[in-house]
Write a protein that binds this ligand. Structure first.
Ligand SMILES: Nc1ncnc2c1ncn2[C@@H]1O[C@H](COP(=O)(O)OP(=O)(O)O)[C@@H](O)[C@H]1O
Ligand code: SF4
Ligand SMILES: [Mg+2]
Length: 379
């Protein structure tokens, strides 16, 4: 890649999560539903999430857990039948000032000014997100024209240097999206996202559609660009093992609710929620020893009728009667000196995730297991 030397993913500096730092993006108590003929489907429920300046926050969860709805809803990019039921999304970029603006209260013109310029999104499918009948030059140029006043030369130079930034030859400015490989299209999306220097970039499964080699190249490039340009990233993926390498902090979403939040090290080595443990056991580790993978039995909850208590209960190997009555607030994990929090009030018997065999029946169903209590909440 020209302009930016690739470095291994994972050499990250811990930034942004320091106490007292004002978040650049703050999602507060956000709830979003889809109105369907079979009733309201609650895709996001009471989510709180902060993104500090220059921080990379990962959002992980199975398909259908509400990741895209949360990200798109926070930027007001959802269309009916989606309804934002409640919450606030405060953006405090340098150009906006410390008081910030509530994105959920902005009018259409104000939203146009915020998008790309302040908050940009890289979607999973560049083929769908790029306009197939416009050359790369014209669609990237549209973003520049909407937000910056540039002379012809400045505009031409900026377009060329944006392609340099993501390692695409400048002559590709003349190409149409279908003339590019999948990896190149995704790089064009990243260049477009960075075109007018946003402070927050939301990446919704930006590499999921790509093969593993290209995926890792692009991840390394994103990490390098982020370090160089210092934008904050909300990185969404179903692949938690990938987030462990790129994110400063990780949020785990399940059935539209946050189940665990902590820095990558805590999520990896001091996993507090059984669902997070299940996700970790579902993916191979790139660097760790070979081990057999275990999926999570069962399927995600029906979001039209979420039962009270813990939504993970039907699939949880530690489930007990009290789980049906817990309230889903995030609790501090005992012993954590950072903001590591979990929605499970019980401590897993073995923090490494190794379950005592007596906890499972031959059919794999949970039997009551003696668990200690997390935090100060009782069920
Ligand atoms: N337009 C829609 N109408 C009805 N339900 C939707 C719509 N879009 C998404 N959903 C539902 O909302 C839930 C969350 O979806 P989504 O945010 O796409 O999850 P993720 O990005 O984690 O895969 C899923 O149950 C999905 O079926
Ligand atoms: S132990 Fe109970 S509360 Fe904790 S994740 Fe399992 S079902 Fe949910
Ligand atoms: Mg999605």
């Amino acid at each position: 890649m020209t302009g930016v030397a690739p470095t291994p993913i994972g050499e990250r500096v811990e930034i942004g999560a320091a106490p007292g730092v004002q978040p650049v993006l703050e999602i507060r108590d956000l709830s979003i539903a889809y109105a369907t003929v079979a009733g309201d489907l609650k895709a996001v429920s009471h989510v709180d999430l902060k993104l500090a300046p220059g921080e990379v926050v990962g959002l992980a969860g199975e398909s259908g857990s509400g990741k895209s709805t949360l990200a798109l809803g926070a930027c007001r990019l959802l269309r009916p039948p989606a309804i934002i039921i409640g919450g606030d999304v405060i953006y405090r970029g340098r150009r906006i000032g410390p008081d910030g603006v509530n994105i959920l209260e902005q009018n259409a013109k104000q939203l146009r000014e915020l998008r790309w310029r302040e908050i940009a999104i890289v979607f999973q499918s560049a083929m769908n997100a790029l306009n197939p009948v416009l050359r790369v030059r014209d669609q990237m140029g549209d973003v520049l024209d909407a937000h910056l006043k540039l002379s012809r030369e400045q505009r031409r130079d900026r377009l060329a240097s944006l392609l340099d930034l993501v390692g695409i030859p400048r002559e590709r400015l003349k190409s149409y999206p279908h003339e590019l490989s999948g990896g190149m299209r995704q790089r064009v999306m990243i260049a477009m996202a960075l075109a007018v220097d946003p402070e927050v970039v939301i990446m919704d499964e930006p590499t999921t559609a790509l093969d593993v080699v290209v995926q890792r190249e692009i991840l390394a490039e994103i990490a390098e660009l982020q370090k160089e340009l210092q934008f904050a990233v909300l990185f969404i993926t179903h692949d938690l093992s990938l987030l462990l390498e790129v994110a400063d902090r990780i949020a785990i979403l399940y059935g539209g609710r946050l189940l665990e939040l902590g820095n990558s090290e805590e999520i990896h080595h001091r996993t507090a929620h059984p669902y997070t443990r299940g996700l970790l056991d579902s993916f191979p580790s790139v660097h760790g020893p070979r081990r057999s993978l275990a999926g999570i039995p069962g399927s995600p909850p029906d979001l039209r009728s979420i039962p009270p208590g813990c939504p993970f209960q039907p699939r949880c190997r530690f489930s007990r009667v009290e789980c049906a009555a817990i309230d889903m607030a995030l609790l501090p994990v005992p012993g954590s000196t950072t903001n590591h929090t979990t929605a499970c009030p019980f401590e897993m018997p073995d923090a490494s995730g190794v379950v005592a065999s007596s906890a499972l029946t031959a059919e794999g169903t949970a039997v009551p297991t003696e668990l200690s209590v997390n935090g100060d909440r009782k069920s």
